[in-house]
Design a protein. Structure first.
Length: 255
């Protein structure tokens, strides 16, 4: 079931989204060569605690997961696409890092992700990240009343494919509200003009995931969470929570 939000509810979700934005900014600023992924998770925890927010990630256990997620951020490095579990790995010069974070504040959720490089960036990584961000912008631009879910999917997928990148099949965005994951699903590729019609009050997480090697295949680590490219090529993941409004898309997880 799709839950249409009131203007007041969207304002509350914006407050949760600001917490997410601050957490991602703090993590990105802390990400330096030699810093561990567990230390980055601790940075995000501190931001949530200061805001009196909780994490919808911590303890989350969907049907596919063998164990509850143990952290407040997903930290995916290099060939990890999404859902990386923070551990003692220390960042190295040239790493490509994707951080996904959520916050629940006064019962409402926000969800967003960023990708960035640490130390000396590879030009190919910068192109990959820029394309992911362009795909996200295209998807957000399509998130207007009267369009359909397929229009968002087509906008995202067209940017990714035109650049020669792969898209992991079966993973994409979703509705957001009282729960981090609500209906409807928002694919990262598909035909335009199909799917549910968008209307004011819908809130969606739009999240392109790109594979540099151009293929769509992935494997899951033994931890049951981390998805990796099968060809060891790098991946990028970006995301915003976006409200559909009569005045156009409203990004709830921007600073």
């Amino acid at each position: 079931m799709v839950h249409v939000k009131t203007d007041e509810a969207i304002d509350e979700m914006r407050a949760a989204g600001r917490v997410v934005a601050h957490a991602l900014t703090a993590v990105r600023e802390a990400a330096r060569v030699g810093v561990s992924l567990l230390e980055l998770d601790a940075v995000a925890r501190a931001v949530l605690r200061e805001a009196r927010a909780t994490s919808p990630f911590l303890g989350y256990r969907p049907h596919f997961a063998p164990v509850p997620f143990p952290a407040v951020v997903c930290a995916s490095v290099n060939d990890a696409i999404v859902h990386g579990i923070p551990d003692g790995y220390r960042l190295r010069d040239g790493d490509l890092v994707s951080i996904d974070c959520g916050a629940r504040l006064r019962g409402w959720c926000g969800d967003a992700a960023v990708s960035f490089t640490v130390g000396r960036a590879r030009p190919a990584d910068l192109r990959l990240i820029a394309t992911a961000e362009a795909a996200l912008a295209a998807g957000i631009a399509a998130a207007v009343p009267g369009n359909r879910i397929g229009d968002i999917a087509h906008a995202v997928g067209s940017v990714c494919r035109a650049a020669g990148y792969g898209i992991p099949e079966g993973f994409g965005g979703h509705g957001v509200g009282r729960s981090m994951h609500e209906d409807p699903g928002v694919p990262n590729e598909g035909p335009p003009g199909r799917g549910m019609r968008l209307r004011p009050g819908m809130v969606l997480a739009i999240e392109p995931m790109l594979i540099a090697g151009g293929g769509d295949d992935y494997v899951c680590d033994p931890d049951g969470w981390t998805l990796r490219t099968t060809d060891s090529s790098r991946a990028a993941h970006v995301e915003h929570t976006v409200a559909i409004t009569a005045g156009g898309p409203r990004i709830l997880t921007a600073l």
